[in-house]
Design a protein around this ligand. Structure first.
Ligand SMILES: *Cc1c(COP(=O)(O)O)cnc(C)c1O
Length: 392
């Protein structure tokens, strides 16, 4: 039958009449830049995340750039970033003329290893940028302790984790800023590019709002050099239709992940990530005989499963599984095949935070399988059967 990696058409089709009404409302209003649709979505998101200020922006990448700009990060500054993440996390630092300093990963949760980050602090370090990867929170107590010790700003990249929690509190609310993305493949997927910045700090929110419109306040008077980081009123209206359904999407992702874990963990050759030692000494080496390692949620984390990411240890085994799933027409992808410190564009930085052994191993072993909300049990059973065949 085949199973896609993601099925946006089914999710959006269920809301089609409401989406069309939202489109028509904006069309009739003639107000396409900022205005009431933007204000309404920002108020709804601030309430949902439990934060004072929510500022919509043009993308998750621009949310990162804007957060760093508002904090005054620039040339000569270093920012600690995970090496195992999507490019934007480090690209945004580099675009402002600052230096991304790459930090290795925890093999159990895939998030940045804060002990490694601590070893890379220098007098130039200005900020730490933890990513809550695949929908699971990073080790925030350790991040905040390190930040406090060295007076670092904290920007949380929540692009994959809107609504995820750490010890009962939503990610994005711990640092100076939380940033989010509405790219269609994220848990709250929009109809094009979009992003969000949140903060509890009035002055930083004010600065971000000014920088979002070319650093302009009042009109045509520019206190700073900003840029155009606005999100369209139309995009806000459409996202506003999906927002009330968001918790349901996440609950279905969680149910799907639980079903995979229940059905897969009893198969021979299948191990589960060493969550007991997550961020505290978990080893990257696979348990003896393990052909697949399943992802897991730390007990103190509310995981929202943007990705369900397997590890396939053994030389060539990940690619063998890719081919196997390809033959069965089961959607899959590698997030991410090359750590950021080894990207060609960062070649001039080599030597700074080199040699992230764990992250490099993860990049050679990971494979994500479908976990999207609309996935049916029959489809999941198809994926499970294919994996069972692979480990046999
Ligand atoms: C998607 C993503 C971004 C960038 O978001 P865009 O909206 O695509 O610009 C940044 N960081 C992480 C971790 C992401 O997954």
């Amino acid at each position: 039958m085949g199973v896609p990696l993601l099925d946006l058409k089914t999710q959006n089709a269920a809301l089609e009449p409401e989406l069309k009404r939202a489109f028509e409302r904006v069309l009739q209003s003639g107000m396409f830049i900022l205005g009431p649709e933007v204000d309404a979505l920002e108020a709804a998101l601030a309430a949902k995340i439990g934060v004072k200020h929510a500022v919509t922006v043009s993308s998750g990448t621009d949310a990162l750039v804007l957060a760093l700009m508002a904090l005054g990060i620039g040339p000569g500054d270093e920012v600690l970033v995970p090496t195992f993440t999507f490019f934007a996390t480090a690209g945004s630092v580099h675009r402002l003329g600052a230096t991304p300093v790459f930090v290795d990963a925890c093999p159990a949760c895939f998030n940045l290893d804060v002990r490694e980050a601590a070893a890379k602090v220098t007098p130039r370090t200005k900020a730490i940028l933890p990513v809550h990867l695949f929908g699971q929170a990073a080790d925030m107590d350790a991040v905040l302790a390190l930040a406090k010790q060295h007076k670092l700003a904290v920007v949380e990249d929540c692009a994959q984790s809107l609504g995820a929690t750490y010890k009962g509190r939503q990610v994005g609310t711990f640092g100076e800023f939380g940033t989010y993305s509405f790219f269609p493949s994220k848990n709250l997927g929009g109809f094009g590019d979009g992003g969000l910045l949140v903060t509890n700090d009035d002055a930083l929110a004010d600065k971000a709002r000014i920088l979002r419109v070319h650093g302009m306040k009042p009109k045509y008077y520019h206190k700073f050099v900003g840029a155009n980081f606005r999100l369209d009123a139309l995009q806000c209206a459409l996202l506003g239709v999906k927002l009330p359904h968001y918790d349901g999407y996440n609950a279905r992702r969680q149910a799907n992940a639980a079903y995979y874990l229940e059905k897969l963990k009893s198969l021979p050759g299948v191990a589960v990530a060493d969550i007991a030692h997550c961020c505290h000494g978990a080893t990257v080496d696979a348990p003896a005989g393990a052909k697949l390692i399943l992802p897991a949620a730390c007990p103190h984390n509310g995981h929202i499963w943007n990705q369900f990411t397997l590890r396939v240890p053994g030389t060539g085994r990940r690619d063998a599984l890719r081919e196997h799933l390809q033959r069965k027409q089961i959607g899959h992808d590698v997030y991410y095949p090359l750590v950021l410190e080894d990207q060609e564009c960062f070649a001039p930085l080599r030597g700074k935070g080199q040699g992230s052994v764990v992250a490099k191993r993860l990049a050679s072993e990971v494979l994500s399988i479908p976990v999207y909300p609309e996935l049916s049990r029959a489809q999941q059973d198809e994926v499970i059967a294919a994996l069972a065949e692979f480990v046999k």
